[in-house]
Write a protein of this length. Sequence first.
Length: 341
Amino acid sequence: MRVLDLTRHPVVLAPLAGGPSTPELTAAVADAGAFAFLAAGYLTSEVLRERLGAVRSLTTRPIGVNLFVPGRPANRDAVAEYAEVLRAEAEHIGISLGDPRFDDDEWDEKLELLVEDPVDVVSFTFGCPPPAVIQRLRDRGSEIWVTITTPQEAIAAEAAGADVLVAQGSEAGGHRATWSNHDPAIAGYGTLSLIQLVRRSCNAPVVATGGIATGDAIRAVLAAGARAAALGTAFMLCPEAGTTPVHRNALMGSAPTALTRAFTGRLARGIRNRFLDTYSDIAPTAYPEIHYLTAPLRQAGRTNADPDVVNLWAGQAYQLAKELPAAELVQQLAADVAASP
């Protein structure tokens, strides 16, 4: 029996790595009858272990954990050139830039943790794990969900053994889940187009994500062939979310979103601000090196309530997010989905 078959509502809480994901948010969404992820990205394996324990102390419902598939080191010269460009920003604020290092986000350690202490679903973004990794986790009772952004990625993920395909449209906030970090900013399938193309080519169930914030949008992706909809930005104003005040304020505004590599070296969608507009055209493809390079700038922006140097990740429909407790939001979405169009 698949997890989606046991979930009361066709709603999934997206992982929301980088701060908004909290044990309280995961538990509240799960207890409300949706399926909820806990983000593992940027955490050490020990912190992930602690957060898993916290979630399990709050709910007995099924949950998932999302992992970043590691990439490859970037061109050092390109990173160094970008660092020189950003040095004036750091000096103006009175801080130093971060160390633009490469790491694999404790990939092996987190896999070992999830083998030792399995969860109902392990999902992957930025790529597809090898079939041996998929089988090892499945042997421990975990379903495997793989995030895809093209029909070709979907076919490859299904061939590798993915149980569910998470189809991320270009409308989505935060990082693009592309398996290659070299996709041009103009590329990308919209959510509805991607669902239909994946359904034509693959048999695995599809969870749609990207630009979904209302019951109407959930009904639309279900009509296109998805089994459920994953929402991220829609939950970022919930009190249980770890969204910072400067980010919450931006989500209450109406500025447009855009795709950028300026903050992390990987293409991501955020609310336009000065940093995004100034550096998007020159930022290199270099993740996670640029993520670490700009981390002190972004932290200073959060501390100083300066939205112009913060990565304000948000999907294209972010203006539809509501300040509601997570359980209340799930119930409202479920009621809207069930209502006649």
